[in-house]
Every structure is written in C-alpha cells, then in structure tokens.
Design a protein around this ligand. Structure first.
Ligand code: HEM
Length: 121
C-alpha cells in the first residue's frame, strides 16, 4: 500500500504553515510599497484566515472561514504590480523555509488562478 502524503504534511503541517504566514506578513508590512494596504487591518484575524487558506491549498484541513477573496479585496484597488510583489514575498518565504520546488509551483499555480478575483485596478 502507498501512503498518500499531502503537500501540507510534506512541508511540516500546521507549525510550518503558521511560520510561513508569520514571515509572510512580517515582509508585507516591512515593504514600503505594500505596508499601506495593511494599516488599520486586524492582522491576527488576517493571519488566522491565511493559515487556514494556505493549509487548504496545500491539501491539509479545510477550515477556511474568511470572506470570498473577491469580496475581501474589492475595496483595496490592487494592481498587478502589488499583486506580483505579494506573490513574490510568499514564494520567497516558502523557499526560505525549504519548501520543495514542486510544492511552491503548485502554490504559484493557485495564486495565478485566483488573481482575477484580487487584481481590480
Ligand atoms: C496573492 C494572493 C492573495 C491571497 C491568497 C490573499 C488572501 C487573503 C485572505 C485569506 C484574506 C482574509 C479575508 C478575510 O479575513 O475574510 C485577505 C485579506 C486581505 N488582503 Fe489578501 N490575499 C492575496 C493578495 C493580496 C494582495 C496583493 C494585497 C495587497 C497588495 C492583499 C491585501 C489584503 C488586505 C489589506 C486584507 C485585509 C482586508 C480587510 O480586512 O479589510 N492581499 N487576503
């Protein structure tokens, strides 16, 4: 019998996802081109939702209770440049944590597929 290992398990499960999300938002709020988007945002809730979303995308538990992505970003007027920068930070954090290339590629694929919901400007 072959055990099926999800990407979520492969990268170290919930602790690894939590660490990735922590580092991801540290980078976003430290980036002068992006910090403004997050001023006044409840980062604790945002991080919790992002952990749940990323866990689901990686084949882990499906506990996401945040808003639909289009709804969550509609008021932010995000352009493709800001989107690419945010995506770049996520990929950089995953690489920094030693996440295998093929797992990063699958996350990138998901990012590309949701971009029309987020980029409105
Ligand atoms: C790359 C793909 C992205 C994904 C998967 C994503 C995911 C999420 C999630 C799950 C939430 C929480 C929704 C909720 O709490 O109901 C959220 C909120 C938010 N995102 Fe994104 N996001 C992405 C791109 C971006 C970009 C490019 C920006 C800004 C340049 C951004 C800025 C924000 C802000 C400011 C919020 C909080 C909005 C609020 O609570 O008013 N996101 N995002």
């Amino acid at each position: 019998m072959t055990a099926v290992v999800t990407n979520f398990e492969l990268i170290g499960g919930a602790p690894a996802v939590r660490e990735a999300v922590r580092r991801f938002y540290d980078r976003l709020v430290a980036d002068p081109e992006l910090a403004g988007f997050f001023s006044g945002v409840d980062l604790a809730t945002l991080k919790r939702h992002q952990v749940d979303l990323l866990s689901m995308v990686l084949g882990g538990p499906s506990n996401y209770t945040g808003r639909d992505l289009g709804e969550a970003h509609a008021h932010l007027a995000i352009d493709s440049q800001a989107y690419a920068k945010v995506g770049g930070h996520l990929v950089a954090v995953l690489a920094e944590l030693g996440v295998p290339e093929h797992v990063i590629a699958s996350v990138t694929e998901t990012l590309t597929s949701v971009s029309p919901q987020i980029v409105t400007h």
